[in-house]
Design a binder for this molecule. Sequence first.
Ligand code: NCD
Length: 315
Amino acid sequence: MEFAGQHIISADQFDQLSLERLFEWARRMRGIAQREVVCNVLEKYDLGSFFFEESTRTRLSSERAFRLLGGHVCTMTDMKFSSIIVKGEDMEDTFRVLSHFCDIMVVRCKEEGQALIAAENSKVPVINGGDGKKEHPTQALLDVFTIKEENGDRIDGLTIAMVGDLEHSRTVHSLVKLLTLYCNITFLFVAPAELQIPAGYLALIEERGHRYEKMEDLRTALPHADVFYMVRPQNERMADEKKPVINGRYQLTKQLVEDHCKPNVIIHHPLPRNDEISKDVDSLKGAAYFKAIDNGILIRMALFILVLGKEKKFV
Ligand code: NCD
């Protein structure tokens, strides 16, 4: 995959080589992120930061990444007051107009497929920061990077348990796609039957030669997984009758981890968490979810460099 000038809408766009290239650039960004080196390669560039749905991490991480590279951020303080909501402007016109105010944009949309509409109407590259329950490719990139960093640079052969609302969690969807680019992965999908991972992802896993098991009980997965990827119930996009099935159902505690999990288990979560990881897990050495925040900044810096074609500025 070539990055320069591309929209980043789906994890489908990546192959393993492009992932490794991105990760190599992410590692190179550390000195800049830690303020040891000053970087101005994006000095004349504006990032459009357009979020039509709540965001903390993706928005602030993208904006910080851009600023660390010397760029500026163009945003709207509250999308509820945008013409799209108040004056009935459609998505096509909205993104067409927004793309005149920036050199690249990160967008978050309420409905699946709207990031693609943004890309089709924008004259600058669009990065999908989450579209409905469909995908969240930059989160999945930082998730794979984090697992690699925590596991001695290796993904092949891992057993990865994904736990919670697997139907509506876009980070799970993008992450499954990226993980299938590696070799010999075993997926353990822990969810109530009503909220299991959609069938298309299972087909992809089989097609690429990996294994999976579906299960309802978290305890079944505890001794087998090398990585736990916990997600919260996506109540904002879930039918009301499913909410009692998942809310409060799964919780990883320090006790469970210490009594049943592998000694080097990695525990990860895209955040925000509800109660699926109890706070006493935070101090365990395998807890990766807060460390991942810095990784997210590195990944987004790398992505901006590659999509804006600025590699040659680093020699
Ligand atoms: C995720 C999202 O928005 O999909 N958050 C994030 O970007 N880190 C996960 C979630 O909201 O549950």
